[in-house]
Design a protein around this ligand. Structure first.
Ligand SMILES: Cc1ncc(COP(=O)(O)O)c(C=O)c1O
Length: 481
């Protein structure tokens, strides 16, 4: 085979090799090459969470050379451009962006999707198609020629529905005219909110492990992300003690996410009350990402915005991607006190203008009539959760019961492997993709995230393969089913 594929002096591909030597697009990387590159870039510590120096500037950013002004007084940026090799466009990239890694989750997903027979427990996206009535609402909007911009804040009908939905399910009442903004998912809501509130150098507390975009989104605002570690011994619950230990002068906001990606943790009303008192004492604005709130399996979800005194210092961020299986519609919203929402609106006006009208019409249908479909999907997630958690524990990988969202977070360090090595080896040997816990922060070390937003059949097959992988490690202390 090697001989058949070897290049000929005339550069032609031998006829016998043509079937296998399909021309690859320029820049094509084999799945394993991508995997190796990803692994070496992410080994040991999470690069999503850039190490920070004492003065708050990420290490990687500090290491970047800052061009000094030259004798002729040419501005540093211009001098840098003049000195850089003509063929290297990377000189145009801002230092803090150059220092930022791409999202590791996507890399894993890309690798798995290119491997034949691979099962991905890697991606945090519902496997359900958006419920038909919601899709139909989008089609109807198109048929009716609803193809224009909308009010920057979003359709009035949708904001009215959001206001009623939030009041009924979470407690606080928001004025659709001044306190609600329709966004392109929680991703945009979070980005706009951070850009609206942060001055360079401000600090934002967030719990670790957490959704991969939190720390980079804060860094993109030239602000400093302050991780508040949570511990597996506490079921990754955020404690006020940990908040106190992490707090520093200059902290302006606290970013929360319950139920939590990747741990599935939820917060009781009592815990939220303690966190609320801490936020009041330290005068913090709370950004509360409640995107998984409908997917709460145990007890009722409580929003921190409903705790007395918190409505005026909370931005409530929510969206349709997870509970209504609407990731592709890219639609969400932010609610908060008018004075802050006015600032968020300004950023949104200039950056985005408005969310897609078709997606807004679909979101309206989801809010008005989507509840039964949402509950049906939630019940399926719960069944899968119960199965996968039982299976992980039976295989000897300790796994707490996620109380919300659709992620299991088993402890893989019991195998003696760190989370990256475990995930890499499992993918290579049994073609099952799980995401190393370190992709979500340093506190995720020793764990891997397995999304159960995939079919029951896939989960059964994947857990059988994980069992075979564990057998191959020949670790006596692991129990078997
Ligand atoms: C905690 C959390 N927040 C926000 C998002 C992004 O949501 P959206 O699709 O609404 O932008 C995700 C997606 O995985 C998430 O896990």
């Amino acid at each position: 085979m090697a001989g058949a594929l070897a290049g000929r002096a005339d550069g032609a591909i031998p006829r016998s090799a043509q079937a296998v030597a399909r021309p690859m697009p320029e820049g094509f990387l084999s799945p394993f090459l991508i995997f190796r590159q990803y692994a070496s870039a992410h080994m040991e510590s999470s690069q999503q969470h850039m190490p920070q120096t004492a003065d708050g500037v990420p290490d990687a950013i500090q290491a970047c050379p800052v061009p000094a002004a030259n004798a002729a007084g040419v501005a540093p940026a211009a001098a840098n451009r003049a000195a850089a090799p003509v063929a290297d466009p990377s000189r145009f990239v801002a230092r803090h962006v150059a220092a930022m890694p791409k999202s590791g989750i996507r890399d894993f997903f890309a690798i798995a999707s290119q491997m034949r027979d691979a099962i991905s427990l890697g991606i945090g996206e519902p496997d359900f198609v958006t419920p038909y009535p919601v899709r139909e609402a989008a089609m109807r909007a198109l048929e009716k020629g609803r193809t224009s911009y909308t009010d920057n804040r979003g359709l009035g009908t949708l904001r009215d529905a959001i206001s009623a939905y939030v009041a009924a399910n979470y407690g606080p009442e928001y004025d659709p005219a001044t306190e609600i903004l329709v966004t392109i998912g929680v991703s945009e809501a979070l980005d706009m909110a951070l850009r609206a509130i942060l001055n360079p150098g401000d600090k934002v507390l967030y719990h670790d492990p957490c959704y991969v975009s939190y720390s980079p989104s804060i860094s993109l605002c030239h602000a400093q992300a302050i991780a508040v570690p949570t511990r597996s011994e506490d079921g990754f619950a955020l404690t006020v003690e940990a908040l106190r230990a992490a707090w520093q002068p200059g902290c302006k906001a606290l970013l929360l996410n319950f139920p939590t990606n990747p741990t599935g943790g939820t917060a009781s009303r009592e815990l939220l009350g303690q966190i609320a008192r801490f936020a009041q004492e330290k005068d913090l604005l709370v950004l509360s990402d409640e995107i998984y709130s409908e997917l709460t399996f145990e007890g009722a979800h409580t929003s921190i915005a409903s705790i007395p005194g918190m409505r005026e210092r909370t931005l409530f961020l929510h969206g349709f991607s997870k509970a209504f299986a609407m990731t592709g519609f890219r639609i969400g919203y932010a609610c908060g006190p008018a004075a802050v929402m006015d600032a968020v609106l300004k950023v949104h006006q200039y950056a985005i203008m408005c969310a897609s009208i078709v997606s807004q019409e679909a979101a309206l249908e989801a809010l008005l009539h989507g509840r039964d479909d949402m509950l049906r999907m939630r019940d399926k997630y719960r069944e899968r959760r119960d199965f996968i958690v039982r299976r992980f524990n039976g295989l000897g990988l300790p796994c707490h019961l996620p109380r919300g969202a659709f992620y299991a977070f088993p402890k893989v360090s019991v195998t003696g492997l760190d989370s990256m090595t475990f995930a890499m080896s499992l993918l290579r040997e049994q073609k099952v993709a799980m995401v190393p816990g370190t992709a979500f922060g340093t506190a995720g070390a020793g764990f891997c995230r397995a999304s159960f937003s995939t079919s029951y059949e896939n989960i059964i097959k994947a857990s059988d393969r994980i069992g075979r992988f564990l057998d191959s490690l020949k670790i006596d202390s692991l129990k078997t089913d």
